[in-house]
Design a protein around this ligand. Structure first.
Ligand SMILES: Cc1cc2nc3c(=O)[nH]c(=O)nc-3n(C[C@H](O)[C@H](O)[C@H](O)COP(=O)(O)OP(=O)(O)OC[C@H]3O[C@@H](n4cnc5c(N)ncnc54)[C@H](O)[C@@H]3O)c2cc1C
Length: 439
């Protein structure tokens, strides 16, 4: 008998957890064929990108190879970037895969355009930064959307220090201004991490710029940092940022970015050598008109409570690329790793039920709160729950909870024992090497 084929596109926070668990549940017993497609050969948990940008995480050490993981977890990995869909033929269309480093154009194409057939399809393509078409943002800002961008930011950061060391033979104080647009989780965590990096670089001899001369400005359109959190949590985060000398400009909407500055609607000009845009998200443009599927104005696919797309029951969407507003809620499920992970867990139950002809379970989002890392300095958490209500806490306990989030993702992928080994490896690396990436 032919096995049903479940194809998952996007191996991020949601898609990879789903492929791993379905592989073990269905793939291993040959109850279904599980295929994971991703445009990249390796996975890196997106909430750690700001650490890569700041140089405190070496992505080469933390990456996971989809091919190797798939072999271990009984799913097949296909390298490819989805660029279309044929719902009638039930195929996902993949763009040709090219190696741009190859000189001769005729040898550049490694894989041709391809089609992958599906019986059931899960779209988990994540999101990208939304610059709201602000003039100059795309040309002059770095968007922390993927590992390549984070590594590019890190290199640009180091280059400023290298130049400053060279110039600084006459010991004139050198300034380094960084502007971060958007004081949500990405912007806030990056600002704190960069402050830490500035101190670490001095420690390792990059002393052309003193840490006190690194000026980090966070610019936010809302009237406070982390507007999605409670006022209490937001105030606790602002206090910590001020302790780190990070300037906060709230109620300021950015209207233009130039080569040397960020300009706001109220007429403020914030000079900056490095500019990061982290002020909103949108799903990949491809999803906005994907063979008739319903999408919202930021390209997220509309899904029902079973996470099936509204116009095709064979197609599911989870994570940042899905739009679901629970009944009795005034806002949609937020684009967070915890939401992607909870949706993956629902489909681990739903897809086997579908194959058995049983009713599908419905998704209920449980907001467990948010944890914001302020680098090694501290963390602030806001826990939600029946017992805690809305409970804000800071310091070492919040930091411990924050670290646990990533370890939970690793446990979902590798199990407890291997995660323990990875923890040990990380500790050893921390002890034996520099505490940050210096090249
Ligand atoms: C710096 C930063 C810090 C964050 N911190 C937190 C946090 O503390 N807590 C929290 O809950 N959330 C946090 N987030 C948000 C969180 O990362 C996302 O909500 C989460 O990763 C979404 O998961 P996903 O599975 O939908 O997509 P992703 O994890 O983004 O994965 C999408 C995958 O799809 C692949 N892909 C994309 N397009 C294609 C295509 N066309 N074809 C094939 N493959 C494709 C990508 O390569 C990627 O592997 C943070 C985000 C950032 C950037």
């Amino acid at each position: 008998m032919n096995q049903s084929r479940i194809v998952i596109v996007g191996g991020g926070a949601g898609g990879l957890e789903l492929a791993t668990k379905l592989g073990k549940k269905l793939g291993r017993k040959k109850k279904a064929e599980i295929i994971l497609i991703d445009a990249s050969p390796v996975h890196l948990w997106k909430p750690r990108l700001h650490e890569v940008a700041a140089g405190v995480l070496n992505a080469n050490i933390d990456e996971l190879s989809y091919a190797a993981h798939g072999r271990h977890c009984h799913f097949r990995y296909v390298l490819g970037r989805m660029h279309g869909l044929d719902r009638k033929a039930q195929t996902v269309k993949l763009a040709a895969h090219c190696d741009d480093a190859v000189n001769a154009p005729e040898d550049r194409q490694i894989l041709p355009e391809r089609e992958v057939r599906y019986d059931y399809l899960v779209l988990a393509l994540g999101s990208q930064t939304n610059d709201f078409d602000t003039a100059g943002a795309r040309e002059h800002c770095i968007f922390l959307d993927n590992r390549r961008a984070a590594e590019h930011f890190h290199q640009s950061f180091l280059n400023v220090y290298l130049r400053a060391s060279q110039k600084n033979t006459d010991r004139q104080p050198q300034k380094f201004a960084i502007a971060i647009v958007g004081a949500g989780a990405t912007g806030v965590e990056l600002a704190a991490e960069l402050n830490h990096t500035a101190h670490q670089l001095n420690h390792y001899g990059f002393d052309g710029i003193k840490p006190e001369n690194v000026e980090i400005t966070l610019i936010e359109a809302a009237d406070r940092v982390m507007p999605a959190l409670s006022e209490k949590a937001s105030a606790a985060i602002a206090r910590q940022l001020q302790k780190l000398n990070i300037r906060i400009l709230s109620s300021e909407r950015v209207t233009e970015v130039t080569d040397s500055a960020v300009i706001t609607g109220s007429g403020k000009t914030i000079p900056a050598q490095l500019k990061v845009w982290s002020a909103g998200i949108k799903a990949p443009a491809l999803l906005g008109s994907l063979d008739g599927l319903e999408a919202n104005r930021i390209n997220q696919l509309a899904v029902t409570s079973t996470l099936q797309t509204t116009r095709d029951q064979r197609i599911f969407a989870i994570g940042d690329c899905a739009h679901f507003q629970p009944p009795n809620s005034d806002r949609p499920v937020p684009p967070r790793a915890q939401a992607a992970s909870q949706q993956a867990s629902l489909l681990v139950r739903a897809l086997p039920a579908l194959l058995n002809g049983s009713a599908l379970p419905e998704f209920r989002y449980r907001d467990k709160g948010s944890l914001i890392s302020l680098s090694r300095h501290s963390s602030v958490g806001q826990l939600m729950g029946n017992l805690s209500g809305d409970f804000t806490f800071e310091g070492k306990l919040a930091r411990l909870f924050y670290i646990t989030l990533y370890r939970l993702h690793q446990i979902a992928l590798h199990g407890v024992f291997k995660t323990g080994l990875l923890l040990l490896r990380d500790r050893l690396n921390h002890r034996t090497g520099p505490t940050m990436k210096l090249h």
